[in-house]
Design a protein around this ligand. Sequence first.
Ligand code: PEP
Ligand code: MG
Length: 318
Amino acid sequence: RRADARALALDACHTADGARIEVFANLGDAAEAAPAVAGGAEGCGLLRTEFLFLERETAPTEDEQLVQYQAIADALDGRPLIIRTLDAGGDKPLPYLPMPHEENPALGLRGVRSGLHRPDILLAQLRAICRVRSKGTVAVMLPMIASVAEVRQVRAMLDVAVAETDGRAPVLGVMIETPAAAMTVDRLAPAIDFISIGTNDLTQYALAMDRQNAALAAQLDSLHPAVLRLIAQASGSAAALKWIGVCGGLASDVLAAPILIGLGVRELSATPSMVAEVKAVVRSLTLADCSQLAASALSQDSAEAVRALATERLGALV
Ligand code: PEP
Ligand code: MG
């Protein structure tokens, strides 16, 4: 029986009525990749590349980055790898990336904004990603996108990186973690190949509550109906894209995963330790179960009410 449970954890994930739901893992460094695959991850839906950039005096070189990305691609053995470009911000100062003092770092020069502020650093990262060799999809994902213009600027840099490295053009996608991005996916879609919703920041910006403020932690629940409505709006205008994913904390939450699927999400990137549990809950439900739960969740008054509803509907499953 233990062998069965393990085999099931490793099998591709489908709902009870056969809809394919990819369950990926978020990774924070190269050492996490092989254990994530052993735990059932079908790919990496978010590689947080900050590990390469923090706690050092100079930016990592293109070659240094390539070694790490290639090691992860090798461990994934042809499974998709989504590499997020550096998500630096005023709250995490890097000696080689001096930032002006900011009163509100969460609203400042972070994510793709810092990349466009220092195109030399972003270009080196894009070049390293173009040089990764994999049997599977390698993708670039941009954090904190708030407008189509940002995507176009990075796309132009990516074209340069592909040409200069003679590399294979990676797939390009964006994180949906600002309300602006969530509300304009139809405008972003022609410029990108996929979206992945970053529910941690999307919640912070939708609720106007600092995700680092301990006094607000209890209220900062991504199942708030406002956040769910933004997710519904985003996924509703993303039908033509390769992935409609979630890589924020909601993807690791077994009460939330069925709601996300009901809202149209087809790829969940969870923390590695939650991959098997997320797969198990997805397998026990049909798409219709998920849509019904999502529809009811959208018309609740609070995250608590959504949690109570999901707990009642999912019963013994979670
Ligand atoms: C998010 O904001 O949901 C996300 C996945 O990115 P991070 O937690 O790294 O900001
Ligand atoms: Mg984020």
